[in-house]
Design a protein around this ligand. Structure first.
Ligand SMILES: Nc1ncnc2c1ncn2[C@@H]1O[C@H](COP(=O)(O)OP(=O)(O)OP(=O)(O)O)[C@@H](O)[C@H]1O
Length: 248
């Protein structure tokens, strides 16, 4: 794979779940003798998707609600295994930047930095080295020693972003994490994201904010209902997507 960081070939992924039959369904079935619908359902979230992403590029994934963007990101991260097709990656250093995984309400912000940091793939030593800058970035001051349950949701988001943005893998996957906290913190986190994106790192960014995609991404992958629509330069793909959304 010459300078190809991620190559997806004929990816397919389905969710399987059991439909909940509640009391209302049961009564309707008893009175009207309706045949019981199958309780097992399947949703194909990704259908026959193929694409390649060059190393060092920042690529946005766009598409309507439910088009499969988050599922695709989790598949690239290795959290989901495709039902068929393959994902090849040129590095093992891939992280999905998620906010607040494993946060514990009873523990202090300080203790949560360790739990969340370890879950994001940092070592204890990495966290020891970064803890001062995490606390400083979060602007929580002495609040960092209070239990998380006493934080406002904005404070929790700020702490979560401050930890997550310390992870610096070769391939960074980002799912709509920009824009947490108040206006000043939003700007700060946007700038931090820009720092993470600059340089040699390959970044894949899922966002509904076309402004952010236009600002940050070299290329864009557009998917609808799990299927490939277009992959190309941001300047070409985003206007077509805007037109499509207007007509929808
Ligand atoms: N845990 C799940 N169980 C069953 N179906 C799911 C599950 N998660 C997602 N889906 C379905 O898979 C499809 C793709 O969902 P996904 O969350 O990947 O889309 P998305 O493009 O990220 O959506 P959004 O823009 O609304 O965040 C949708 O039809 C959704 O209903």
């Amino acid at each position: 794979m010459t300078n190809i960081a991620i190559k997806a070939t004929n990816l397919n992924l389905k969710y399987k779940f059991i439909r909940n039959m509640n009391m209302k369904h049961e009564i309707v079935r008893t009175i009207f003798g309706k045949q019981q619908e199958s309780r097992k359902k399947e949703v194909w979230a990704i259908k026959d998707l193929s694409f390649s992403i060059e190393g060092g590029q920042t690529v946005g994934i766009i598409g309507s609600n439910g088009s499969g963007k988050t599922t695709l990101l989790k598949t690239i991260a290795g959290i989901f295994k495709p039902d068929s097709g393959t994902i090849e990656t040129s590095t093992n250093s891939i992280s999905l930047l998620t906010l607040g995984a494993g946060f514990q309400a009873e523990l202090s912000g300080h203790e949560n930095i360790y739990i969340n940091g370890l879950l994001l793939g940092l070592s204890k030593k990495d966290i020891d080295e970064r803890i001062d800058s995490i606390i400083e970035f979060s602007e929580l001051g002495d609040f960092i020693y209070n239990p998380l349950k006493t934080y406002s949701s904005g404070m929790k988001s700020r702490l979560a972003f401050s930890i997550a943005s310390q992870v610096e893998p070769d391939v960074l996957l980002i799912d709509e994490v920009l824009g947490v906290g108040d206006q000043a913190f939003k700007e700060k986190s946007y700038n931090r994201m820009k720092e993470l994106i600059n340089g040699d790192r390959t970044v894949i960014l899922v966002s509904h904010s076309l402004g952010v995609v236009e600002n940050m991404c070299d290329k864009v992958l557009w998917i609808e209902k799990g299927k490939f629509v277009q992959y190309g330069d941001t300047k070409e793909v985003v206007p077509k997507y805007r037109e499509y959304m207007k007509k929808k």
